[in-house]
Ligand binder design. Structure first.
Ligand code: NDP
Length: 434
């Protein structure tokens, strides 16, 4: 902790993983001898850079850019870029650290990394977002590449931003290197199912957890936080599985729609018009209430899918949800539950799918995009979704089996942490002191 002062989210992520590792270190003292834990905590490379750009009034703006290349034992660094005013080194490192184990769990050949900027795309014009992305890439391009580091999207970075970033990379390098970024548009190297993958994957993982208790999504009441990329497609998939999703949120408030959320209307407002959730309530009419400010976790539910941001679901909210009929939680977002909330869920025997397992469908499909780029191929929606389904079922089973093997049956946190760790630690040992 003393080596990384003030990086509280990074500390939280490291503690959460290391708390699970006791049994595996007892069994494998070679990991301790080779200082694998200490090495894992130190990123292989961290890049922090100035991003100057000019706004629509011609004023100069300065933001800070980050790329943390955390671990390449299993493949090129892979992980998204986040554009949000809250971004600082501690957030990027927590996300990059999580990404190492998540990527290992997918079974794909990808290392862990993450990046972003404290730039806020909200309220910016397309021209401003483009100039920012071009300036960001003007530094980042020298650090990334198909065999080195392959960024993607995250909060505030969707198809529009990936397009501007890719265009600038191509312009600077004079190379059409499709595999340098994932989340590209269909038609210029993107993969079908990539936009849907994280939300769909979270629901597929949850469905597997529910099966272990002899139940399913069918007929369940579901609450989702957020209304961005992950949330939207989690809502869509849960509804396909017969659930009724009654609430979702943005950073200003939440809506409750007892008739079930209209995904088409939600996408029209959030994706196409880049509007606020409040407008959903106005357009959908009387059945919907909008609560300004408050927490969506005040709404009772059987299944909770936090898909917005870190530490959004605290002990108090967890306790209330458990009291009011909660049966399962799966994290579409990264570390949305505080450590106190996780303890509440686990003590109450609630099915709990941690983000590094439950939301791994996004990065797994990014790896499928890389496969398509490398083979100059484009797969059908059905084929890609089938691959995603197999991957999520595989991750679920790997977590469940590992938890069982190490004496914590049903504990997906232990299962995910140990399964991811062992894969990376074995590779690090094999590759010598790196
Ligand atoms: P988006 O930017 O598309 O959506 C984020 C949503 O969360 C928006 O509704 C946003 O509200 C809300 N939100 C963001 N920050 C806050 C905050 N501080 N407080 C309250 N609400 C907030 O991002 P994604 O959907 O891509 O990402 C959501 C989560 O999923 C993140 O934790 C991300 O790391 C994780 N994730 C994403 C993957 C992907 O493929 N995109 C892959 C794996 C994990 P508003 O519109 O008001 O800003």
């Amino acid at each position: 902790l003393a080596r990384n002062p003030g990086e509280k989210e990074f500390h939280q992520a490291v503690v959460e993983v290391f708390e699970s590792l006791g049994p595996v270190l007892d069994k494998h003292p070679e990991f301790v001898d080779a200082a694998v834990l200490q090495r894992l905590c130190e990123p292989e490379r961290q890049i922090i850079f100035r991003v100057p750009w000019s706004d629509d009034q011609g004023r100069v703006q300065i933001n800070r850019g980050f790329r943390v290349e955390f671990n390449s034992a299993l493949g090129p660094y892979k992980g998204g870029l986040r554009f949000h005013p809250s971004v600082y080194l501690g957030i990027v490192k927590f996300l990059g650290f999580e990404q190492i184990f998540k990527n290992a769990l997918t079974g794909m050949p990808i290392g862990g990394g993450k990046g972003g900027s404290d730039f806020d795309p909200r309220g910016k014009s397309d021209g401003e977002v483009m100039r920012f992305c071009q300036s960001f890439m003007t530094e980042l391009y020298r650090h990334i590449g198909e065999y080195t580091d392959v960024p993607a999207g995250d909060i505030g970075v969707g198809g529009r931003e990936i397009g501007y970033l890719f265009g600038q990379y191509k312009r600077i390098t004079n190379r059409y290197e499709s595999g340098v970024l994932t989340g590209k548009g269909i038609g210029w190297g993107g993969s079908l199912v990539r936009p849907e993958a994280t939300g769909y994957g979270t629901v597929l993982f949850t469905q597997e957890m529910l099966k272990t208790r002899g139940t399913s999504f069918d007929g369940q009441r579901v609450v989702v936080s957020g209304s961005g990329n992950v949330a939207t497609f989690a809502i869509a998939k849960a509804q396909q599985f017969g659930a009724k999703v009654v609430a979702c949120s943005d950073s200003s408030g939440y809506i409750v729609d007892e008739a079930g959320i209209d995904v088409d209307l939600l996408r029209q407002i959030k994706e196409k018009e880049r509007g606020r959730l409040k407008e959903y309530a106005v357009r959908r009419g009387a059945s919907v209430s909008y609560v300004e400010g408050g927490s969506v976790w005040d709404v009772d539910t059987a299944v909770a899918l936090p898909c917005a941001t870190q530490n959004e679901l605290n002990t108090e909210a967890a306790t209330r949800l458990v009291k009011n009929g909660l049966i399962a939680v799966a994290e579409g977002a990264n570390m949305p539950s505080t450590s106190g909330a996780v303890s509440v869920f686990q003590d109450a025997g609630i099915l709990f799918g941690p983000g590094k397992a439950a939301n791994a469908g996004g990065v797994a499909t990014s790896a499928l995009e890389m496969q398509q780029n490398a083979s100059r191929d484009a797969w059908s929606f059905e084929h890609t979704e089938q691959r995603l389904t197999e991957i999520m079922v595989g991750i679920h089973d790997r977590c469940a089996e590992t938890a069982e093997t190490y004496g914590s049956p049903g504990n997906y946190v232990v299962g995910a942490n140990i399964a991811g760790f062992v894969k990376v630690a074995d590779a690090m040992l094999a590759q010598g002191l790196i």
